[in-house]
Write a protein that binds this ligand. Sequence first.
Ligand code: 13P
Length: 256
Amino acid sequence: MRKQIAAANWKMNLTASQAQELAAALATGVTQVQPGQQVILGVPFPYLVLVQNKVAGNKNIFLSAQNCADKKNGAYTGETSAEMLHSISIPYVIIGHSERREYYHETHSQLATKVDLALAQDIQPIFCCGEPLHVRETNTQNVFVEKQLKESLFHLSDAQMKNFIIAYEPIWAIGTGKTASSDQAQEMHAHIRQVLASKYGNETAESVSILYGGSVKAANATEIFSKPDVDGGLVGGASLVATEFISIIESLKPGS
Ligand code: 13P
């Protein structure tokens, strides 16, 4: 029904040789991927092609960019378009990571545009959502995340939402070593699925893979991924260590 996904987000880490070394270790080490499971590496722009070459022999590993421009093409110095990513055969792009929302002031409507530009190039967005600590402390996270989804995704058609990928990443759990409990993750993932169902119906909502992100590591992945609405993870720090990430991949549920 929907894919179980282990996605790495390398963020702005690694040199070219370190990236190639990590990719080579994953290319040989990622062997336990079952049908319905998928491994995605979110690689910095300059290394996409280098890493692509390293993992070419492993049919289970797919590449993702970490961002794309909100413009199609033209005089936007320093930007990378979805069309460029398509031209080097990149099938996924992370859109709306909280670090981009916070540090680069990306808005709901810019993210909606990025989603459209990616889909127009047959690139599947991995759309991130999640609340900051002060929102969690006032127990208003459901409304907060619902708004993020509605403002950036609800213009999509039913066909576009089928098999979509969303990552729930509570900001207070990113890079802090503080994970949401598996129950907190399940509660929000079920909420996200219900929000999607209210617009697109149950069948489409059930086809969407909802990943959890925020201090996922080998030691907690099995517990978090065991929850029925948690379809894998988007992993930062722990994805930079091949053995850790491979163990996280092996913690995925069977694809359904
Ligand atoms: P950490 O796994 O380092 O907490 O990062 C999570 C994240 O932001 C993945 O996109």
